[in-house]
Structures are given as structure tokens and as C-alpha cells.
Design a protein around this ligand. Structure first.
Ligand SMILES: [Mg+2]
Length: 378
């Protein structure tokens, strides 16, 4: 695929990088560190463990793709009306479509996402219980003001990256577009995860990715500085969540400090947690991304070889560094030929970058409630 400029490369790098980390981590998600090394050797897992020749992606990448589909439907329909449409309603419908792919017996809402037509996405890959139960139980999901539950699992943060990718400063006019995108990220996570530490980390991830991709001075990006700015962003935009903001910022500061020390990775990660809950998933990913900021391969190995939630920490690390280093660095670190739904991921990256406003082909893809049935091709 021809890459016309750096921003598209970063968007592709973010989504492909996330899928790489997700696929490596999915093979060892429920495997302890000593068992991983027993199975794969002293360095742990170092490449895709193929299933019938395919590097399987998990619910993390599946839901990330549906987030993107929801945004693009929102954007395509918003462009056709003066009424202000709810982004969250489009996210919710997209996740209902994802729920359908998980063989869930729920009320028959017609699927609208074209991704629903991808047979390979109709696979259950250890989906998070909180996402499943939240999507089953209400018609519209939780909000920041009316939390749906008290969960701070990582099912909210692991799917929000496309919000940072799509809502460029041009598409989200604001004094601080990264912060504005971060608030959309928090609202998205709150649809299914009601604890502040379930949705504030999602805001931080969106903020980090947005600052990395839409930096005003791309030659001089400091990941450490952006993490520090993210804490100021939280304090300013979530004044009612002081306790959770302080907890999250302390953990992120600890991750940044650890990344600059000589501590062995496995001991550093133990201090940050196993990544099952959102603040820990983010902290582990911030640690690995900063420590190995110029080496995508080493970062992913660090992010997946531990006792915890390897696919989510692998996915977030891959997203952050894929955005930071660009598509070539992410895609060349591993042979991505067997990566499941690689072309679908790149198609979604293309659509997020170019938008739906000016292409008549998007009428059927994102506006009308029809989905492309590709089952016969798989
Ligand atoms: Mg997963």
C-alpha cells in the first residue's frame, strides 16, 4: 500500500502495531511467566504462535475495529444533517454489532457495521465479561454522570485508539483538540465501565496517541512529557474525579521513572501490576513504550512476557509505539503476513485517515444500513 504521508503511516502503525501486540499476547494471555518461558524458551514468546497458519487477533483488536466503524458511520451521517448526533449512540450500535459476532442471543437489532460481514471477526477470543454484560443489560450504556457499574477492567481502554486517530485537529476544532478527543475516549469507555479508573485511562491513551500523531513539532516528541501533560489534562477536564486522577497519575509517574532505571523488566512490571485493570494496562504499556521507544520488537516482547493480561498490554504498547514510530517500523519488526484480518485493519486505517466526507463509495459502506457480506470469501 502506498503511504502518502507520515500521518497515514502513524495511523496504520497504530492499528497494525496494536494487532501485532494483541496477537502475540493472545497466545499467552492466561499463561504465567515461568510457564511462557518453559513453553517458548528463555526469552519467552518472540514471534506469532500460529493457529493453522494464522496469527489470531483477540477481542481487543476486534472491538478497536468496531470503534472505528462506529466513528466513521457517525461522521458520514453527521455530514448529512444539521442536527447534532450522539457519538456514543454510534459507538453503542457498533458494539452491539460486535456482540452479535460473539454468538450472543440478543434482541435482533439489524447490524449496520460493514465489519459485521467479515466472517473472521465472528470468533470468540476470550471477550471481557464486563463488555459482554454491559452490552447485554441496557439500551444505551453508561455515562460519566450515570455509571453503568463499578468496573475498572481494561475493556474500555483497549478499544478507544481510533478516537485519537480520526479526530484530527481539523475534525475537532478546539483550543486543545487532544484533550477534547480524550473526553470522547472517556465517554466511550464509560459506556461499559463505570469506575473512574475504568474510563480515565482511556482518556489518557487517546490523549497520548493524539499528541503523538498530531504533534505540532513532530521532530521533537517526548513521550515522557506527553505523559506528564496527560496528568494535567486529567486534572483540568475531570475535576470531580480527584481521587482517581491522583491514583492514576501516581502510577503513570512511577511507570515513567521505572522506564529510566536499570531494573529488570519483569521486576519493574511487578511493581506496576498485571494489566487486567485499566490503570495497570496503561501503566505497563507506558513503561514498555518509553523504555523501548526506538525498538518496536523489544517493546512488544516486554509487553507480552509476564504473568498478566498479555494481549491487552501488548495491544496498547503496539498502538503507542506504532503511532510513534510509524507503519514501517511496526510492520518490519515481525513478519505480518499471517496476521489475521490485516487487510481489514489497513482498510479501516485508510478510512480513518481520509474520512468519509468526499468519497461517494462510502454511501453504502457507512451511511446505509447494509453490510458487505464477505463470508463467501473466507
Ligand atoms: Mg483480548
Amino acid at each position: 500500500m502506498e503511504i502518502p504521508d507520515r500521518t497515514l503511516s502513524q495511523i496504520q502503525g497504530c492499528l497494525i502495531g496494536g494487532a501485532i501486540g494483541d496477537a502475540l499476547g493472545y497466545s499467552v494471555e492466561f499463561t504465567l511467566y515461568h510457564e511462557i518461558r518453559k513453553q517458548y524458551g528463555p526469552l519467552g514468546i518472540t514471534d506469532f504462535d500460529l493457529d493453522n497458519g494464522i496469527a489470531l487477533i483477540s477481542d481487543d483488536t476486534q472491538m478497536t475495529l468496531f470503534t472505528a466503524n462506529g466513528i466513521l458511520e457517525y461522521a458520514a451521517k453527521q455530514a448529512k444533517t444539521d442536527a447534532v448526533l450522539s457519538k456514543e449512540a454510534f459507538f453503542w450500535q457498533a458494539y452491539q454489532d460486535w456482540l452479535h459476532t460473539q454468538s450472543e442471543k440478543i434482541a435482533p437489532v439489524p447490524p449496520s457495521c460493514w465489519l459485521f460481514g467479515r466472517k473472521a471477526l465472528h470468533s470468540r477470543r476470550s471477550p471481557g465479561n464486563t463488555c459482554l454484560s454491559s452490552l447485554r443489560q441496557t439500551e444505551s450504556g453508561g455515562t460519566l454522570e450515570n455509571p453503568i457499574n463499578n468496573s475498572k477492567g481494561c475493556g474500555g481502554i483497549m478499544r478507544v485508539a481510533p478516537i485519537a486517530l480520526y479526530f484530527s485537529p481539523e475534525r475537532l476544532p478546539s483550543d486543545d483538540p487532544a484533550a477534547a478527543a480524550a473526553v470522547i475516549g472517556a465517554k466511550n469507555a464509560a459506556l461499559t465501565h463505570g469506575h473512574p479508573l475504568g474510563y480515565l485511562p482511556a482518556a489518557v491513551l487517546v490523549y497520548l496517541l493524539h499528541r503523538i500523531i498530531y504533534a505540532q513539532d513532530p521532530e521533537n516528541i517526548s513521550l515522557e512529557e506527553i505523559v506528564s501533560d496527560a496528568c494535567l489534562m486529567l486534572q483540568k477536564n475531570f475535576p470531580k474525579q480527584t481521587e482517581a486522577v491522583n491514583t492514576l497519575c501516581r502510577l503513570l509517574q512511577h511507570a515513567v521513572l521505572l522506564a529510566k532505571e536499570e531494573e529488570e523488566d519483569i521486576f519493574a512490571l511487578e511493581e506496576l501490576g498485571e494489566g487486567w485493570i485499566a490503570e495497570e494496562t496503561l501503566a505497563v504499556s507506558v513503561y514498555t513504550a518509553i523504555k523501548y521507544q526506538n525498538d518496536f520488537y523489544k517493546a512488544i516482547l516486554c509487553a507480552v512476557n509476564h504473568d498478566g493480561d498479555s494481549d491487552s498490554t501488548g495491544s496498547l504498547t503496539g498502538q503507542i509505539l506504532g503511532a510513534y514510530l510509524g507503519f514501517d517500523d511496526a510492520a518490519c519488526a515481525f513478519d505480518i503476513t499471517p496476521l489475521e484480518e490485516k487487510d481489514t485493519i489497513l482498510e479501516i486505517a485508510h478510512d480513518l485517515y481520509f474520512g468519509t466526507e468526499h468519497d461517494p463509495n462510502y454511501e453504502e459502506k457507512y451511511v446505509s444500513h447494509t453490510y458487505r457480506n464477505d463470508f463467501s470469501n473466507k
